[in-house]
Ligand binder design. Sequence first.
Ligand SMILES: CC(C)(COP(=O)(O)OP(=O)(O)OC[C@H]1O[C@@H](n2cnc3c(N)ncnc32)[C@H](O)[C@@H]1OP(=O)(O)O)[C@@H](O)C(=O)NCCC(=O)NCCS
Length: 175
Amino acid sequence: MQESHVTLLDGTPVFIRPLKPEDVTLYPDFLADVTSDDLRLRFFAPMREVSPAMIDRLIHYDPVKAMAFIAIEEATGRMLGVVRLHDDPDGDTGEFAILLRTRLKGHGLGWLLMKHMIANARDKGLHTVRGQVLSENSTMLRMCQELGFHVADDPVERGVKQVTLSLEDLPELTN
Ligand SMILES: CC(C)(COP(=O)(O)OP(=O)(O)OC[C@H]1O[C@@H](n2cnc3c(N)ncnc32)[C@H](O)[C@@H]1OP(=O)(O)O)[C@@H](O)C(=O)NCCC(=O)NCCS
């Protein structure tokens, strides 16, 4: 299930598929619609914009050690969000990150992208998905809890939560 056609809570049809190098052209329009607050929640550092060098790194991931999925609005072809998962060196665990267009928050896309990533992580044979979430990011922490993640203080970084989901014995994932 690398690709999936889904519908947002407001009825918008969306196509989720693996992120490709050609999608670099979709990033400027996408990032223009992401607030600096949301960039900080995603990258943990104040930033007004994402540099071309960083976009290049985000686009050119190693498909053996990472996966990334883009959500495209079917009607317009515009990029609405992206989720990624990078394997730890142990090969059992992957670390995720997710970012959406700010105006689209609360429409159910974050939920759908997380489920898509989790299902693909399980298909790949990973045992655990983990992420770091700022303690103030209550939407993300609540969503992680509803998805079954265990939430705990990060052992190293203050103000950061470590969220962990065991993929073993996970109930069947439905949208
Ligand atoms: C965090 C983020 C990804 C959340 O995405 P979102 O699309 O706004 O969230 P959703 O609309 O999918 O979910 C919102 C709520 O609906 C629930 N929900 C959505 N779809 C659902 C479904 N099909 N079934 C059940 N619950 C659902 C979620 O659990 C959540 O519940 P809540 O009302 O208790 O909060 C998004 O806000 C974002 O990009 N933030 C900036 C970057 C960031 O914070 N990244 C995370 C750091 S790794």
